[in-house]
Design a protein around this ligand. Structure first.
Ligand code: ZN
Length: 374
């Protein structure tokens, strides 16, 4: 870490005033550099896949995970006419890094890898995306950190990709989606968790679906907003799966970061999980602590978009019921439209907690952020 960054981090940690503004020196745990289109990945594919993509006409496709023209995909003042939101490093630098005085920002590229049925093709695209991220973003901007995109539909290939990237300490986590083929606690995924734990990487779980199953437990919704608003249920079922399949017992050093999950539903969710566990825990004797204890110890949540209650007093009560100051991580979700202007803080968060959310909690959630800058 540079002297300036260290000074800022120390200042934030020690509770001093933030230089130049309420956010300077923060760690943004969710920004989205956008792959412009499949053709942009061609230089990063090997000759076989270059030919396959071109011959099959796939080079004209765009596997973007968001409907690009929808308001939520790009805040109006972060859009450049004719350009995909998030596709420009210069704009990300100006809007997100300089705009918020960011020390580090963690890149979470979302580009359909997990929805590709051909596992070999998915692995090639994941590899190309990670090379693209290194060459066009991480090498060009020292404040950026990366998430490893993996073909999680084949854990063996996913582990290969994790091993390939692990030596580059700018990668700080492995990126998964909230709605994949199987619940995240499933044993089939454990090799991915073992590899992440071995390399000191965290697991990021971003909102999103491979759309091979209905996106709600009641079947397919008709509208994007239903899908979006109901997404908390997929995070909740994944948390239950991670707890009760025993992932946290098996991988005690691993941290999961839920990204764009919301978090104010945690008190009632943890209450129900604890109550049910107390009643029928003979079914899962390896779960030796209440689910809420395991979640507080191993799971973190990004701030934006905040599913905030109506008043600051309500928010303070919710935070009190969550029962930990360690769980929230600062995020802007750049370039998505999750808050207005630069007013990223919901009411009801104390200055001391803001400092934890901005710097301390992200540094603890991502061990590699504590290392000296490469
Ligand atoms: Zn996001």
């Amino acid at each position: 870490m540079s002297q300036t960054a260290t000074a800022i981090a120390n200042q934030a940690t020690q509770g001093g005033p933030m230089l130049g503004g309420p956010l300077l020196g923060g760690i943004d745990c969710d920004v989205h550099p956008a792959v412009p289109n499949m053709a942009a990945l061609l230089p990063y594919l090997d000759p076989y896949w270059q030919e396959q993509v071109t011959v099959r006409g796939i080079d004209g496709l765009d596997l973007s995970s968001f409907p690009l023209q929808m308001d939520a995909h790009g805040r109006p003042d972060w859009r450049t006419p004719g350009e995909k939101p998030g596709a420009s490093l210069a704009r990300l630098r100006a809007d997100a890094l300089d705009g918020f005085g960011t020390q580090f920002a963690i890149c979470n590229p979302l580009y359909g890898v997990l929805a590709i049925n051909n596992e070999h093709f998915a692995a090639a695209i994941a590899r190309a995306m990670n090379d693209w991220l290194v060459a066009e973003w991480l090498d060009a901007e020292p404040r950026l950190r990366g998430s490893i995109v993996v073909p999680a539909q084949n854990p063996e290939l996913a582990v290969d990709e994790i091993n390939r990237r692990a030596a580059d300490r700018r990668f700080v986590q492995v990126l998964l989606l909230a709605q994949g083929d199987i619940p995240l606690g499933n044993r089939r995924l454990w090799p991915i968790y073992a590899a992440a734990e071995r390399h000191g990487l965290s697991i990021g779980v971003h909102a999103g679906s491979i759309f091979r199953h209905a996106t709600t437990s009641n079947g397919w919704p008709s509208y994007h907003l239903e899908d979006y608003a109901a997404h908390a249920q997929s995070f909740q079922s994944n948390l239950l799966s991670l707890v009760h399949e025993g992932v946290f017992n098996k991988h005690p050093a691993l941290t999961f970061v839920m990204i764009e999950s919301g978090f104010t539903w945690l008190p009632t969710f943890m209450w129900r999980a604890n109550k049910t566990w107390r009643g029928v825990r003979a079914e899962v004797p390896w779960v030796d602590r209440a689910p809420s204890e395991l979640i507080r110890a191993h799971v973190r949540f990004t701030l934006q978009p905040t599913d905030a209650p109506p008043t600051g007093a309500d928010m303070a009560r919710v935070l009190d019921m969550i029962g930990s100051d360690d769980m929230l991580l600062f995020s802007t979700d750049y370039p998505h439209w999750q808050f207005d202007g630069h007013n990223v803080w919901p009411d009801g968060i104390s200055p001391a907690l803001k400092r934890r959310i901005l710097v301390d909690n992200p540094r603890n959630a991502y061990p590699r952020l504590q290392e000296a800058r490469p």
